[in-house]
Design a protein around this ligand. Structure first.
Ligand SMILES: *[C@@H]1O[C@H](CO)[C@@H](O)[C@H](O)[C@H]1NC(C)=O
Length: 509
């Protein structure tokens, strides 16, 4: 009797899987981290601080949004979260325990400027961040500060928020307050964190605050204004502060990889266009030698807009002056990366997405291919995508200095998080390949995140922490996960060691 074909296929598949798995573990060897590569961890104000109405702080759009029943998956909000506003010193003890080189955190705009404008600067807001920055520095840790990690003052959203071009004035004024107050000690500034995520999700997809639904129109208006706001803050630093404060200023862009799912030219083109929409939308105007939005993206939105009966493209134009003004306004490429999506041209059908919209403009379907989905899907483990995304930046933008400002893995809990360790291990291995084999110019690596926190629309359900936070406990006690011990060891030895499997110990803060 002949062996049934499917049985042979199954056996062969198992054989291939075993061989590949072995091959893979063999490729992970002891590797020394390059001299000068700095390692840190990141957080964001709204996700950890709590103290949502402490002193004269006014509500941000995320306070408003998370207070609307049904918006946050588990019904939680940012009122208290990790209580870092109260217990920030404990966070710094955790950083010290890990042995990080730097701590990336963000400043809450409405805590510093309760009206949203710079007419009134909150003394208590300034005092809080002074205490935080001073204590970070006193522990030999460098502060890396994000000016805007999504918590726009509600008062400014009431005036339209990011789709209002005046946001560039408001942001420049806010940046000036920060440079004046903290620039003597803060030497690395990140203007905006992940413009795609707060603009497309916030103004075009009903996923994030402020939940304004204007797909393919309002979100695109907001993108132009955010680029102008960023450029204003950079030019301000460059002209008035750089010489005396001697720091750097840049932007962080979510640089997940998008590629064609097959070698079919239509899929390849779809992958390239998806990458333009996902990343190039923000990076091309700042980092490319020509400036402006990516050519194929401009063409696609213009074509679709015409087909849809608009009398002009839904994508606002950047004038020659604006293109020049935005070009070159980042001292480094702030790079967040989690996963990769594979795109198919032929799976797209008109009407499968809202019309018009960002997804419809891309006009293709993306998925995680045959990779095993991570519990939190956008962290599906595809380490090769990290290396390719770093190379995409190198090849398109003349090998800029890259600060990896976020990378991490989401779960739904558990302290013995070997899956997270495996993710970190494989991604850092891919980064070392990009540095050593491809010549990518990577200056920092940042693990997201120091601890579990308020994970936006997921609430406190999705866990990204090296430290577990007990949200039932008044004190929000933090417990080191196995990954925290693993990262501590990586920092101490500066060696990526496949044999580094720390024993779980009871360590809490
Ligand atoms: C957070 O504050 C809002 C506004 O006061 C309130 O409605 C909500 O119940 C608070 N959340 C919790 C968990 O107490």
């Amino acid at each position: 009797m002949r062996t049934p074909h499917y049985l042979f296929t199954a056996v062969y598949a198992i054989f291939v899987a075993v061989v590949c798995a072995e091959e893979h573990s063999e490729t992970l060897e002891m590797r020394k981290l390059p001299n000068g590569l700095k390692l840190g961890v990141a957080t964001a104000a709204f996700q950890i601080e709590g103290g949502w109405n402490a002193a004269d702080k006014s509500p941000s759009i995320w306070d408003t949004y998370s207070h609307i029943p049904g918006k946050i998956r588990d019904g939680t909000d940012g009122n208290d979260t990790c209580k870092s506003y109260e217990f920030y010193q404990r966070d710094i003890q955790m950083l010290k325990f890990l042995g990080v080189d730097f701590y990336r955190f963000s400043i809450s705009w409405p805590r510093i400027l309760p009206t949203g404008f710079s007419n009134k600067v909150s003394e208590e807001g300034i005092a809080y961040y002074n205490r935080l920055i001073d204590e970070v520095l006193a522990n030999g840790i460098e502060p890396v500060v994000t000016m805007f990690h999504w918590d726009l003052p509600q008062s400014l959203q009431d005036l339209g928020g990011w789709p209002n071009p005046h946001v560039a004035d408001w942001f420049e004024d806010y940046a000036r307050v920060l440079y004046d107050a903290f620039g003597d000690r803060v030497k690395t500034w990140i203007t905006l964190n992940e413009p795609k995520q707060f603009l497309i999700f916030g103004y075009g997809q009903k996923r994030f605050a402020p939940d304004v639904y204007s797909p393919g129109i309002g979100d695109y208006m907001a993108i132009k204004n955010a680029l102008m706001a960023h450029a204003r803050a950079w030019h301000l630093y460059d002209k008035e502060y750089r010489q005396k404060q001697k720091g750097t200023c840049g932007i962080t862009i979510a640089t997940d990889l998008r590629v064609g799912a097959t070698d079919d030219p239509a899929d390849k083109a779809a992958g390239d266009l998806a990458m333009d929409f996902e990343v190039g939308f923000y990076s091309h105007p700042i980092f490319s030698s020509t400036g402006g939005f990516p050519e194929n993206l401009v063409k696609r939105v213009a074509e679709r807009s015409a087909e849809q009966g608009f009398s002009r493209s839904r994508l606002p134009e950047l004038t020659k002056e604006e293109i020049e003004y935005i070009k070159g306004t980042s001292d480094f490429y702030g790079f967040n990366h989690y996963s990769t999506k594979f795109f198919y041209a032929r799976k797209y059908e008109p009407g499968m997405y809202a019309v018009p919209s960002y997804d419809d403009d891309i006009g293709a379907v993306g998925d995680y291919g045959s990779y095993e989905l991570a519990p939190v899907m956008h962290t599906t483990k595809i380490p090769d995508g990290m290396r390719k995304a770093l190379n995409w930046v190198k090849d398109n933008y003349n090998n800029p200095t890259v600060m990896i400002t976020e990378n991490g893995y989401g779960t739904y809990g558990g302290i013995n998080d070997i899956d997270r360790i495996d993710y970190y291990r494989q991604y850092i291995d891919a980064i070392l390949d990009a540095i050593e084999l491809d010549g990518c110019n990577v200056a920092t690596y940042t693990a997201w995140s120091l601890m579990d926190n308020f994970e936006w629309d997921s609430g406190i359900g999705a866990k990204f922490g090296l430290f577990e936070v007990d949200f039932e406990d008044e004190k929000r006690t933090r417990k080191a996960r196995k990954s925290a011990l693993w990262y501590k060891n990586l920092l101490a030895t500066r060696t990526l060691d496949p044999g580094n499997e720390p024993k779980l110990e009871e360590i809490s803060f």
